[in-house]
Unconditional design. Structure first.
Ligand SMILES: Cc1ncc(COP(=O)(O)O)c(C=O)c1O
Length: 406
């Protein structure tokens, strides 16, 4: 597709975005399984190393297959957005080996000893541990609060010392949402860097660069890949110069580069993102409505339901409420275990974002080692079930839940 062709729809970019004509005229981008790249002459090698000539050098630094995946996601995260001058917004993405690798590059590239991060109390467990267990060793501390309380956020920011506001919305595993627009506006009044994890929403449902966000991260392992075939992550930044220089340097030195095979799988997955997300969201709404009326269920956390505390924030910044929900079984821990054991089609596993419906019971699985009082504080109660509502026929999903809830 020509770069100047004005696509009207998201799926056209999802299919064609980031693609370059292959020198061998392959229809699909090949898996460039090569660790290094050759030069015609020593002079060409010198030009490449000095940056005077574009070209690949070493696959930890860059690889044609991973570049295509990164450029595709960058195109989707900015689809339809304008910069301050009214031109199409452009951002730069760097593909990583995992979501955690992308988050680590972001934090280690932008924070230094003495800096503080302000973040929400409901975060993906790995990010929470990074912020609470690894970064303090570098004298980077975190203020972890309920960021839905904007006055509280402002009050903390005004006391000084905060270098980064880090958002994850909707958040894993409680599906809580925070207001990206309001929080990033407050942060920018104090020159604070804003990062946002957009994994649960994907760029089809939510574009954090629409607001005053500097960096977006994803675990591409999830909805972007869509088929559960590869671990991956991406870090995208609005300041292209900074991304090409300092952030690229840190990424290369930390060594969290993606591999071309996983990037190839990711590219194929992204092409159907819009179709899959439409179906995930449609099915999730039906399942949420069904569960809300079920006598064995105490409550359902789905931002599409008006009963969800963050329904209006989600509606403000998301196209649809997403494919993730969680619900609380009245029978607690044993009820959760019994329910999980009875599932016949839906799959018992952690992770999310795949075509098939996945269910996990955090209290007996991912959070079994976390003391109950601590779990409860984060909303991870004994009977909580987290559900990635897949794209199967929704009647079949509901029938499986029905028989397992008996
Ligand atoms: C919201 C969110 N961010 C980041 C991550 C980390 O991603 P990865 O497992 O690809 O490192 C996850 C993983 O579950 C996640 O759910």
């Amino acid at each position: 597709m020509d770069k100047d062709f004005p696509v009207a729809g998201f799926s056209s970019l999802a299919v064609h975005g980031g693609h370059r004509q292959d020198p061998m005229y392959a229809h699909q981008v090949p898996i460039y399984a090569s660790s290094t790249y050759v030069y015609d002459t020593a002079e060409q090698g010198m030009r490449r190393f000095s940056g005077k000539e574009e070209g690949y050098i070493y696959s930890r630094w860059g690889n044609p297959t991973t570049t295509e995946a990164a450029d595709k996601i960058a195109a989707l995260e900015t689809f339809g957005l304008k910069n301050r001058n009214g031109n199409a917004l452009e951002v730069k993405g760097i593909l990583h080996a995992s979501g955690m690798a992308a988050i680590s590059t972001l934090m280690l590239a932008t924070l230094k000893p003495g800096d503080k991060i302000l973040t929400h109390f409901s975060l993906y467990g790995g990010t929470d541990e990074l912020v609470q267990k690894i970064l303090p060793g570098l004298n980077i501390q975190a203020e972890i609060v309920d960021l839905r309380d904007l006055d509280k956020a402002e009050q903390i920011i005004e006391t000084g010392g905060i270098k980064m506001l880090y958002l994850e919305t909707p958040a894993n595993p409680t599906i809580q949402c925070v207001d990206i627009d309001e929080l990033s506006k407050i942060a920018k009044q104090h020159n604070i860097i804003v990062g946002c994890d957009n994994t649960f929403a994907t760029p089809y449902l939510q574009q954090p660069f629409r607001y005053a966000v500097d960096f977006v991260v994803h675990s591409t392992t999830k909805f972007l890949n869509g088929h559960g075939t590869a671990i991956g992550g991406i870090l995208l930044g609005r300041d292209i110069e900074l991304m090409k220089t300092h952030i690229t340097k840190v990424h290369r030195l930390l060594g969290g580069n993606a591999n071309p095979f996983d990037a190839f799988l990711l590219i194929q997955g992204i092409k159907t993102l819009e179709l899959r997300m439409e179906r995930h969201c449609h099915n999730a709404m039906e399942v949420a409505n069904y569960l809300e009326k079920h006598p064995a269920v105490a409550n359902v956390n789905y931002t599409g339901l008006v009963s969800h505390a963050d329904h209006w924030i989600a509606m403000k910044q998301m196209r649809h409420p997403g494919g993730m929900l969680s619900f609380e079984l009245k029978k607690g821990l044993q009820g959760g275990i019994d329910f999980m054991n009875k599932l016949k089609m839906c799959v018992r596993t952690v992770s999310l974002g795949t075509c098939d419906t996945l269910l996990s019971h955090p209290a007996s699985m991912s959070h079994a080692g976390v003391p109950k009082e601590q779990r409860n504080k984060y909303g991870i109660t004994d009977g909580l079930i987290r559900m990635n509502v897949g794209i199967e026929n929704v009647q079949d999903i509901i029938s499986d839940l029905e028989q397992a809830l008996k």
